[in-house]
Each structure stands twice: as C-alpha cells, then as structure tokens.
Design a protein around this ligand. Structure first.
Ligand code: GTP
Ligand code: MG
Length: 198
C-alpha cells in the first residue's frame, strides 16, 4: 500500500466521541513509551503527525487519523505507566477497554512490544484478550535498532517463546529509527482493512 494522503480527524476522550464516519479502523496498542506514536509517524511518512515523547504517558486521548480517504488509524494511550496517578491510569484503561470491546469499525490491532524486554503482565493480558475476542492483530516488536544485529534473532525467539502464539501469527519487527518493518506492516494493514483474512 502506498500512503497517498493523511489527515488528523480528531481526539476523543471516550468511545462515544470517536468519529462517526463508518470506515474500517485499525488501532495501535501497547505499553506507554513502547513507540506507538513514533510507529504511526513512520508508517504514514509524516513526522510530527502523532505526538512523540520521551516521557511515558504522552498520548491520553484516542487520536484518529484518516489514511488514503479509505481507513482510520488510531493512536491509543499506552498502559502500564507506573508513575501516572492510579485514578488517571484506571480512567485511561477503562477508556481503551471500552474502545477495544465496542468500537464496531475496528478491524484489527497493531500490538507493540518492546523487543528488548520480557512482556509485562499487562502485555500478556492484552494478547490473551485479543485472541479470545478473535480480533485480527499483528504483533510488532519495537525499537529493533536498540539491539545489535547479532542480538536480534535471539531476542525475538525469546520474546515469542514466552507468548504461546499460533504458528501463523503475523509478526513484524519494527524500528522507527531506521524504518525497518514499514513495508511489511503496510501490507498487513492493507489486507486487514480490505477485510481479507490474514
Ligand atoms: P505513550 O503515548 O506514552 O503511550 O507512548 P508511545 O507508545 O506513543 O511512545 P512514543 O512513540 O512517544 O515513543 C517513546 C520514546 O521511545 C520516544 O523517546 C521515542 O523517540 C522512542 N522510540 C520510539 N520508537 C523507537 C524506535 O524504534 N527506536 C528507538 N531508538 N527509539 C524509539
Ligand atoms: Mg503515544
């Protein structure tokens, strides 16, 4: 898929405020600071489209982008940021869960995991939920550039071993720094928003 056009549609504080236009939608999910907003910018080829920050907890609203006038790509707030006040964290969690459970247009999820670390309990829970819900998802190990070339394969193998995913699970290692994984993820998006099976 080529990116022809990108437009910011809006920020929503709850499911009811998400865009009404009935287009297929794909959301980015993952821990705070894992690189969701960075990936969105690289994928769409628009620097600064989604806000990136070294401080976790940057994205606190459901941000929707219109791509090629064909589908919505959604940047979700991250989970698992320890320093966020508990009440605020619980509110974000409720918001994201309601979105994932009830957003009728949702066709799939790009689930990001830091390639360097063990998946957190929240990561495991999210993956289990995605599988139970039967929602198509692509697993995206991020920040691959932070691993030395020789470390990449073993790190991925270690990550996958702990996750118990089916053999045909789509997995696209990614680096927002050097663009690795961009074409493969665009292919997955294309298939997913077309409604074809992965
Ligand atoms: P929240 O909005 O808090 O949920 O975070 P996020 O998942 O949107 O993360 P964000 O894209 O803001 O990135 C967090 C930090 O990681 C920033 O300092 C990015 O520059 C850095 N980062 C993201 N992706 C990569 C990557 O592929 N490689 C490297 N080296 N750094 C990255
Ligand atoms: Mg973000």
């Amino acid at each position: 898929m080529r990116i022809e056009s990108v437009a910011f549609v809006g920020s929503a504080a709850d499911l009811a405020s998400c865009p009404q236009r009935p287009l297929p939608e794909v959301a980015l999910s993952g821990r705070s600071n894992v690189g969701k907003s960075s990936l969105l910018n690289v994928l769409l080829g628009r620097r600064g489209m989604a806000r990136v920050s070294a401080t976790p907890g940057k994205t606190q609203l459901i941000n929707t982008f219109l791509v090629n006038d064909r589908f919505h790509l959604v940047d979700l707030p991250g989970y698992g940021y320890a320093r966020m006040p508990a009440a605020e964290h619980a509110k974000l969690r409720r918001m994201v869960h309601a979105y994932l459970r009830q957003r009728g247009e949702l066709r799939g999820v790009v689930q990001l995991l830091d390639a360097r670390h063990e998946p957190s309990r929240d990561d495991i829970e999210m993956l289990e939920w995605l599988r139970t819900a039967g929602l198509a998802f692509c697993l995206v190990p991020t920040k691959m550039d932070k691993l030395r070339p020789g470390e990449r394969k073993p790190a991925l193998a270690r990550l996958m071993r702990g996750l118990d995913l089916p053999d045909d699970q789509p997995v696209v290692p990614f680096s927002s720094r050097d663009g690795d994984g961009r074409d493969a993820l665009l292919d997955w998006l294309d298939i997913t928003v077309s409604g074809a099976r992965n």
